[in-house]
Design a protein around this ligand. Sequence first.
Ligand code: FMN
Length: 502
Amino acid sequence: MRDLPVFPDLRAFLGWCDTRGDLATINDPVSLKHAMTAVHRQVLERAGPVLKFANPVDGEANGAPIPVIANLFGTSERVCAGLGMAPENLDDLGAFLASLRAPEPPEGAKDVLSRWPMLKAALATRPKVVKRAASQSECFEGADVDLGRIPVQTHWPGDAGPLITWPVVLTRHHGSDAGAVNHYNAGVYRAQVIGRDRLIMRWLEHRGGAAHMRSWHKAGEPMPVAIALGADPATLLSAALPLPETISELTFAGALAGQRPRVVAAKSVPMMVPANAEIIIEGWVHPGDVAPEGPFGDHTGYYNAVEDFPVMRVSAITHRKDPLYLSTFTGRPPDEPSVIGEVFNRLSLPVIKAQIPEIRDLWLPPAACSYRMAVISIDKSYPGQARRVMMGLWGMLPQFSYTKMIVVVDDDINPRNWDDIAWALATRMDPARDVMLLDRTPMDYLDFASPEAGLAGKIGIDATNKIGSETTREWGEVMQTAPADTAFAADLIARCLPGLSP
Ligand SMILES: Cc1cc2nc3c(=O)[nH]c(=O)nc-3n(C[C@H](O)[C@H](O)[C@H](O)COP(=O)(O)O)c2cc1C
């Protein structure tokens, strides 16, 4: 089922990257405060390798002993590799995910399901419980807990302090069985370090972690939480994927990784934790215990406002003998989440096509924060269809609630190519006729350009060819060179102008 070897842990994946020349070790001392982010940004912008900072320093104290890994998913090839896929097989995985959501598998998915019976079966298997785990080689509890020993970065000049950026946060519903790992939620929610044993958990209201917390606090009880740092790539990506509610991220990760996930009982909380992670943080979130979080630079390219979020009291930290700390930054795209987002958007295309079959392709430009703008190509057959598609996306698919600009183009236009988009806008769109404006629709509160928090306008631009009653004028005909002449020209140029690159 997998195209690549099994990566049971972060190290196995790093080893694989290394054999491909895709891992660079930096032995120079690099400050955790701002400088490491500056290096990471420039490497990411150049589609560079995974970085291992062997000598992180925090600006004051030299010699932090734990190396920092950054840029793990800095290219889409590595994101695909983390999923165990060659990039060309992504569409199959997308169709498989679509089939998990739909009672009746969408067109095309049946074939994929029959080719991937192992993956389906793997989703039904339980994680394997082990007695001894690498992630618990060393254990610090009570007064020995000190988050300051972990080389947590402070990313941007205006940031409030150190921020854990790649935590896989594990929670479960109140009343659930600690052993029922298939019902755990795993999400990536940034965590601000505010003391030796205190973190702020920034799970947004609609996230799985926040819903679980409400169930415990409604019963007047603290919620146990476990955080895995430096999990295996499949677990990291599954925790960031918007999976259907019914599928546990840990089980899905096991299915992707090609082996049952290994878990072990946590030391100080009633939870199971990944046996293969680099570091585990355990603790409790008590009802009413909140602290002001931020400001921190976010994926929009701006600092977030300070807001209260729940505090996690850390009861234990366990780790491998020689742990690695996995980190990233969030900022104006490109950042790692925007690279991951591009791959995830390709995975979600079959789900979207199942709802709106005339859609051929869809691009959420990473530069527009990966969700605020969408360009969609359709196979158009009747007047008004582009507007119907816009309304379908906004009305039926929750992931487009915050997409404030939609451009619809015909299927001869590549929606991932700005030159194509500009040509369609310039030649097939009339601003007075082809723009649809909506007022007072839902918007994420991070969008300070909207007049009121949570409410904003939307714009839909129909840049398709106008057909039937959409126009009374004779429409333009696209010019094209005949295929035979194109082939002749290519052949002649190759012979007579060999230095001319294609
Ligand atoms: C590096 C990174 C950082 C993230 N930070 C946050 C965050 O601070 N808060 C949040 O709610 N979601 C954050 N997310 C997005 C969630 O992890 C993601 O939407 C996930 O699917 C949520 O899982 P859930 O639906 O099970 O809660 C982040 C994602 C990544 C990749």
